[in-house]
Design a protein around this ligand. Structure first.
Ligand code: HEC
Ligand code: HEC
Length: 572
């Protein structure tokens, strides 16, 4: 082929590639000259075998080498079932849908966002190749006609990243639509996805309903998680291959926007990290000084604070001095045993108070869990990990973050618990379930050297509950204790702390767990009493000082005028 035809081909190709981004795909691909189509498929195939085959498999059967450890599993392309589309239920997607999916990934699943790694050309090409892997359906077939749905327009004109400013009345109206259409049967009463533990997808694998309070995990979030359009699209088109139906005949377009506003209002506005597409963790957990005793009751008003970032939506006056809920990111531990598994819990929320009078610190640890274990062999559990010998650590030194090491031991407080009178397949009790808890304290000198402490237990779980798909556990411990491997908790000092979590229902146990990296906590000092009377005193001092200056100036001038001092004796 001559240089010239190559150039023309490239030109046609780029024009086509641009056109493909904006216009219905199937028709275009059909009318594409064969040579170009072949070229694209070649490029696409190369990209696929370099980037996609590990999960999606050689023939696109969703059975690549990594597939077994992933939840949800990589998509099997053979049947041509695609979740995120603008087309009607059961229909093939538009090419633009697939391009957006490859660019933005499917949040909350292992499917990465490829926008940063692949060129526009590579993305369009790999989509052509993915289409060629579909065997059971024909993209060119007349019966495969697609109908782009009507989504109306955003009635509030909200904009990203947070899409704030929807009137409360519309959110409330949306809640009515939610109740009427029984979304809670799958999504739970407060939207944490805790409605139905027995669902399967079309490939026979277990599937759970989305947790609406973690909208950054919506497959179709398109890296714009708070945008209500994503929800409108989902309930208009349904998610092919899953039990998530469409509601386009039951719910008018106007009401779909209202229900989207309601669903969205449950998702706390947090600053999203463009790298992980999840909230940026709060690496410093501030423990708030409490006058007198700390209330050991989770429901006490002193523990109330919204999940939303106070810098985005300020706290109301009643709770503005309460401790923040800090966001902790969790990941599957990857260094031992079953490597690289995907934990079901990918974040914890931690709130803390301490009291000098009590000589104690309290940590309220919360996380979302759709279903609890019913097997005493595999209780649910969460733990906090501390350097056991904090006083021996130098500067930013920390023990190894999983179970410590021989030189730097860790102190582990673990709460095991089972929900009482609980059955996952029953409708969830709106008032929640009491937990039967037990606490274990360990000293860790490395992964294979974790032992139960010999000293008597000092950590308590003072309150706990499982309610509407959320676990809450409140730890309490005295600041100073006498155990050899007990962390001694100072005030006003950064203390490394990390978290571990086990989901019993998924048979997580021992080293099969979710972990966080090291975070820091600090027991914030009581505001010194002086802070309260200092400002008025300072004001008085300042006024006096100014008065004195004026008086001095006047007096000097007077003395000068009266000739009592000579000019060169004046203060300079
Ligand atoms: C680390 C594993 C992994 C890799 C690598 C990966 N994917 Fe995926 N992909 C997934 C998973 C998991 C899903 C299914 C998520 C779900 O169904 O919730 C998926 C789903 C998809 C879908 C279906 C979208 C829909 O709307 O249903 C497409 C298309 C896709 N991937 C394309 C690609 C392409 C193209 C590449 C390579 C550039 C790729 N994937 C690489 C894990 C992966
Ligand atoms: C029969 C069960 C069922 C009902 C009823 C149901 N859903 Fe779902 N929904 C699901 C499942 C399952 C998923 C998760 C699919 C997945 O992970 O691929 C889901 C996912 C979603 C998502 C996330 C989509 C994404 O991008 O990942 C939203 C939003 C949603 N549903 C909204 C609703 C609303 C609103 C209603 C009521 C009008 C509703 N659902 C009713 C089962 C249901």
């Amino acid at each position: 082929m001559t240089k010239n035809t190559n150039y023309i081909k490239r030109l046609i190709f780029s024009v086509l590639a641009v056109a493909l981004m904006s216009v219905p795909g199937a028709a275009l691909a059909q009318s594409m000259p064969d040579a170009i189509k072949k070229d694209m498929l070649e490029t696409g195939k190369k990209v696929y075998f370099k980037r996609c085959v590990w999960c999606h498999g050689v023939e696109g059967g969703g059975d690549g080498p990594s597939a077994d450890r992933l939840f949800t599993r990589p998509r099997n392309f053979i049947q041509g079932t695609f979740k995120i589309r603008v087309t009607d239920s059961g229909e093939l997607p538009m090419e633009t849908d697939l391009i957006k999916t490859v660019k933005n990934g499917l949040q909350g699943s292992a499917m990465p966002a490829w926008g940063e790694f692949l060129s526009e050309n590579e993305i369009v090409s790999v989509v052509q190749f993915v289409k060629s892997l579909v065997q059971d359906r024909e993209w060119d077939d007349e019966d495969e006609e697609v109908n782009v749905q009507d989504f109306g327009t955003n009635p509030w004109g909200t904009t990203g990243p947070y899409h704030l400013g929807v009137p409360q009345a519309d959110i409330d109206a949306g809640k009515e639509v939610f109740l009427k259409n029984k979304c809670f049967e799958c999504h739970g009463g407060e939207g944490r996805g805790d409605g139905n533990p027995t669902m399967k997808d079309d490939w026979g694998f277990p599937i759970v309903a989305a947790d609406w309070t973690q909208c950054w995990n919506f497959r179709g979030a398109r890296r714009d998680p708070f945008n209500p359009f994503n929800v409108v699209r989902t309930i208009t088109t349904g998610l092919n291959g899953t039990p998530m139906p469409n509601f386009k005949d039951q719910i008018t377009v106007e009401d779909r926007w209202k229900i989207a506003a309601f669903v969205n209002s449950l998702c706390p506005r947090k600053n999203i990290d463009p790298l992980t597409n999840k909230p940026i963790p709060d690496f410093l957990i501030q423990s708030v000084y409490t006058e007198g005793q700390v209330s050991p009751m989770i429901d006490d008003p002193s523990w109330q604070s919204p999940d939303t970032d106070s810098r985005i939506v300020p706290f109301s006056d009643e709770i503005k001095d309460n401790p923040k809920r800090h966001y902790i990111a969790m990941a599957g531990q990857i260094t031992r045993g079953k490597r690289n598994f995907d934990p079901k819990t990918d974040d914890l929320w931690v709130t803390s108070r301490w009291s000098a009078e009590d000589n104690a610190v309290y940590y309220l640890v919360e996380y979302h869990q759709r279903f609890m274990s019913q097997d005493p062999e595999y209780p649910d559990a969460v733990a906090m990990q501390w350097p056991a010998k904090l006083q021996d650590l130098f500067g930013a030194e920390k023990p190894y973050f999983i179970m410590g090491d021989s030189k730097k031991p860790v102190d582990i407080w673990k709460a095991n618990f089972m929900a009482q009178d609980y059955n996952a397949t029953n409708a969830p009790k709106p008032e929640g379930y009491k937990l039967k808890t037990s606490v274990e304290e360990f000293v860790g000198l490395g992964f294979d050297a974790v032992s139960t402490k010999e000293s008597e237990s000092k950590v308590q779980v003072v309150d706990s509950i499982y309610k509407q798909g959320r676990v809450k556990i409140m730890f309490k411990r005295n600041l100073k204790t006498d155990g050899e491997f007990d962390v001694q908790i100072p005030t006003e000092q950064f203390i490394p702390v990390s978290f571990l979590q086990w989901s019993g229902r998924d048979k997580e146990k021992d080293e099969h767990m979710a972990i966080s990296t090291w975070y820091y906590t600090i027991l914030k000092p009581a505001l010194p009493a002086s802070l309260y009377y200092m400002p008025p005193i300072m004001a008085v001092v300042f006024v006096c000082f100014q008065g004195w200056l004026i008086w001095m100036t006047k007096r000097t001038r007077k003395m000068y005028d009266e000739g009592k001092i000579k000019r060169d004796e004046l203060p300079k």
